[in-house]
Design a protein around this ligand. Structure first.
Ligand SMILES: Cc1ncc(COP(=O)(O)O)c(C=O)c1O
Length: 470
């Protein structure tokens, strides 16, 4: 019997190319109708509602063939850039191999090989659990820390971001994310870098772990030098463990394989990794940990499945992860992130003197925060105050807007109400991309300081919208 025609004019049977040819222009309408409607709404408000059709490396192209530079890398997922040929080939190969994947009653080689390769970068750790996302990697670390220590409470840092499932949300340092989802796990925030606050909490004797991003994604704030190591020592003295969330910072992003490698002896007890390990293709998360922690969790044969995931260790994810680690090493992406990031930071920092709105450029490797602040001169200050009164974070949005509209560079504001732009481009970028970004950024800052022009027209629109929301 012939297959009946698909819905709404889609061809019979499944033909991806034909489906996209028939309905590929409906993305925004379908999103508005069936998915989170606030996404298309927000994109339209910002004028970001483009249709991107194709991508390669650090670039993508819209439906009119215009080229864009990606300084966001899909929130860090595209560490290798899009469609890296080595990862693509690995995925074609794994599909063509027709492996007996996910039988669940055997031990396939790919998970073991990926674990071996990850652990080679963390010689003080012994075992790996594979899940499917960053938040799952963090959930795993929280569960393992509680099980291993027999204690309930987890500490985290103000402004932290560790994912949005309930456990990870419990260690989120931003109220906006938590509101409406309580009650969460027992948890307590401590300021990043404050060892005295950490010790006060540990003294209560109920703490399983401190979870920390070596460089916070929100605002791009690094843990102060010596903090991770000292925190780990304190935690161990109180029989608790250190969890390093390297979901965004890991895999070369900050110029070292792990961001905590920057601090000799930091040696976290558990490390969470995800994002770029996917090669930009197959969702994956991994939690690396010490032998004694895994032994507490998987303490008997009865508990073999006590923490597991149906898709964990699937062959596509493992193949992509292996290819990613190979590329990071072969192309020395950590070294390149260090060099290119250093150049980009240096060239941006040189602008701080020139532009009153520009207060600081910080970060490590290719994780860079550009912070704006109150200008000195009266005319500019009036404009700044007008934006602040409507909603903090609008100035940074005023810069992100023209970077996309006029210079076709995608960036993001680094968190709600923050006057910080975060750059986390693919680690494969080089001097041409640094030049392009710095030239565009300089043009936007010139306009902002001239106090007139499109940027301020856009500002008035955003202020109007912010006030209308109150
Ligand atoms: C530091 C950190 N941890 C965890 C997560 C959550 O990862 P996922 O979105 O894959 O759940 C993120 C995501 O941005 C992150 O930046």
């Amino acid at each position: 019997m012939a297959t009946p025609p698909g819905p709404a004019g889609a061809p019979a049977g499944f033909d991806l190319r034909a489906l996209l040819a028939a309905r590929g222009t409906e993305g925004y309408a379908l999103h508005s109708r069936h998915l989170n409607p606030q996404l298309p709404r927000m994109l339209r408000t910002l004028g970001f509602d483009r249709v991107y059709e194709r991508a390669e490396g650090a670039y993508f192209w819209d439906d009119e063939g215009r080229e864009y530079l990606d300084m966001l890398a899909g929130f860090g997922v595209m560490g290798l850039g899009r469609h890296h040929p080595v990862v693509r080939r690995a995925l074609h190969d794994v599909l063509d191999a027709g492996l007996a994947d996910l039988t669940r009653f055997d031990c396939q080689p790919l998970p073991g090989l990926l674990a071996e390769r990850l652990l080679a970068h963390s010689p003080h750790l012994d075992r790996v659990f594979f899940g499917n996302s960053g938040t799952e990697a963090v959930e795993t670390a929280l569960k393992f820390a509680r099980c291993a220590t027999g204690r309930p409470r987890v500490l985290y840092c103000d402004h932290a971001f560790h994912g949005l499932t309930c456990g990870s949300l419990s260690v989120n340092g931003e109220r906006g994310f938590r509101d409406g989802f309580a009650p969460l796990l027992p948890d307590t925030a401590v300021p990043l870098g404050d060892l005295a606050a950490l010790e006060r909490e540990l003294a209560r004797g109920d703490v399983a772990a401190l979870v920390v991003e070596p460089i916070q994604g929100k605002g791009v704030h690094a843990a102060p030098p010596g903090y991770l190591r000292a925190a780990r020592e304190l935690l161990h003295r109180h029989r608790a463990v250190l969890i390093a969330d390297e979901v965004q910072t890991g895999l070369g992003r900050t110029g070292d394989f792990w961001a905590h490698d920057h601090e000799p002896g930091a040696e976290p007890d558990l490390i969470c990794v995800a994002k770029a390990l996917s090669g930009g293709y197959v969702p994956v998360g991994a939690t690396l940990g010490k032998e004694w922690i895994f032994r507490k969790v998987y303490s008997s044969m009865d508990r073999v499945l006590v923490h597991s995931a149906s898709f964990g260790s699937n062959a596509q994810a493992m193949a992509a992860g292996l290819a990613v680690l190979c590329v990071i090493e072969d192309e020395d992406l950590a070294g390149r992130a260090r060099a290119t990031g250093g150049l980009l930071r240096e060239r941006l920092a040189a602008l701080v003197e020139r532009y009153e709105f520009l207060h600081e450029v910080r970060g490590r490797g290719l994780m860079i925060g550009i912070e704006f602040g109150r200008p000195r001169s009266l005319g500019l200050r009036t404009r700044w105050n007008m934006l602040q009164a409507a909603r903090p974070g609008l100035f940074a949005q005023l810069v992100v807007g023209p970077l996309l509209h006029r210079h076709r560079i995608l960036t993001q504001v680094s968190g709600d109400r923050l006057e910080v732009i975060k750059l986390i481009p693919p680690l494969t970028i080089g001097e041409p991309e640094v030049d392009r970004f710095v030239t565009a950024f300089t043009a936007v800052m010139d306009e902002a300081h001239a106090g007139s022009g499109l940027i301020w027209d856009f500002g008035r629109t955003l202020v109007g919208q912010a006030l209308a929301r109150h």
